[in-house]
Design a protein around this ligand. Structure first.
Ligand code: HEC
Ligand code: HEC
Length: 265
């Protein structure tokens, strides 16, 4: 379907329904305000109970990390409370696998957890929750979870590594370099399956605290953000900065981030 004029903009947004209807009505009605959060209520969960679902969800039909964390939260609510939780089209969360369609951008486990939070809380309440989850992720030497006999990839201990980044690429590649284990290996998949469980546990702890009115962010701003932000935040002298990621993995001039196109290896 081609959408050439402004009038036809609606066909770009409502292409699937246009075939069956004469139109989709006014734009304001087509883009309602945050209606989801009014109908989805968050229930407390038991992280011990959900963690294995996150791990198994990762392996389920190869759906991966994003599906795993999301299912361990919303899926388990569905198992306990039925609709509307169990009616969610969970398979769409597969898109987050390997940093969205194998692009290595955001860690899918984080995307799944943040998406689950977004079902229940709007931006203002959710951002501090997501931020605490992401900061914890930047600083934690993963993986922590051990499925024992239920391991679906590789049994036994998997070496941990704190990579300082929420990005799938940095997380996997720096772990792979630090441990000498190939990024495309069963052991790496096992690592990510376990991290899926770790992220689910942390997200559930944050959500439970929020539900109980006890949520208070644990992690402050990292030093790099405070320091670099003095000049690069909005309204400062060089206001180019977008985002809240820890700056050091990319801008600290380590040997790992030097030019590799000349004189390399
Ligand atoms: C005292 C102020 C100040 C601080 C602190 C500061 N910057 Fe800058 N930064 C600047 C200015 C000014 C420019 C140049 C802007 C221009 O050329 O228009 C710049 C440019 C840059 C550039 C682009 C040019 C280049 O040199 O690569 C990057 C990237 C950058 N800063 C990153 C950082 C990071 C990361 C930090 C924290 C470790 C940081 N800056 C801290 C003021 C600052
Ligand atoms: C995942 C890697 C990554 C992280 C994390 C990151 N940056 Fe960058 N940043 C880049 C890349 C890549 C560019 C584009 C560089 C270019 O233009 O060649 C960039 C661009 C910039 C620029 C614009 C100037 C330029 O060189 O284009 C500034 C300023 C900057 N970053 C500051 C920061 C600060 C401050 C932080 C932490 C709050 C941060 N960045 C975190 C990778 C990163």
């Amino acid at each position: 379907m081609t959408c050439v004029s402004r009038r036809n903009l609606l066909c770009a947004m409502g292409g699937a329904v246009v075939g069956g209807f004469m139109g989709i009505g006014p734009l304001s009605a087509a883009l309602p305000e945050m209606q989801g959060q009014a109908t989805w209520t968050a229930h407390s969960l038991d992280a011990d109970e959900c963690e294995p679902y996150a791990y198994a969800g990762y392996w389920n039909q190869g759906y991966g990390c994003c599906y795993g964390t999301f299912y361990s939260i919303v899926g388990v609510m569905g198992l306990k409370h039925g609709a509307p939780y169990n009616q969610f089209p969970f398979h769409i969360m597969e898109v987050g696998k390997s940093g969205i369609s194998d692009w290595g951008t955001i860690c899918g486990a984080l995307l799944g957890a943040a998406s689950a939070m977004a079902l229940f809380w709007g931006r203002k309440e959710r951002d501090p929750m997501v931020t605490d989850l992401f900061r914890w992720y930047e600083q934690t030497a993963f993986p922590l979870y051990d499925p024992g006999q239920d391991a679906q990839g590789v049994q036994g201990e998997i070496p941990g590594h704190a990579c300082g980044s929420v990005l799938c690429h940095v997380s996997v590649s720096s772990w792979s370099f630090a441990t000498g284990i190939p990024a495309a290996s069963k052991t790496r998949s096992e690592r990510c399956a376990r991290i899926t469980a770790d992220v689910a546990r942390k997200a559930i702890e944050i959500m439970n605290a929020k539900i109980g009115g006890r949520f208070a962010p644990v992690y402050g701003k990292p030093e790099s953000l405070t320091y670099c932000g003095e000049c690069h935040d909005k309204e400062k002298e060089a206001p180019f900065l977008k985002g809240r990621q820890e700056c050091t993995p990319c801008h600290s001039g380590t040997e790992h981030t030097q030019n590799k196109f000349t004189g390399h290896p």
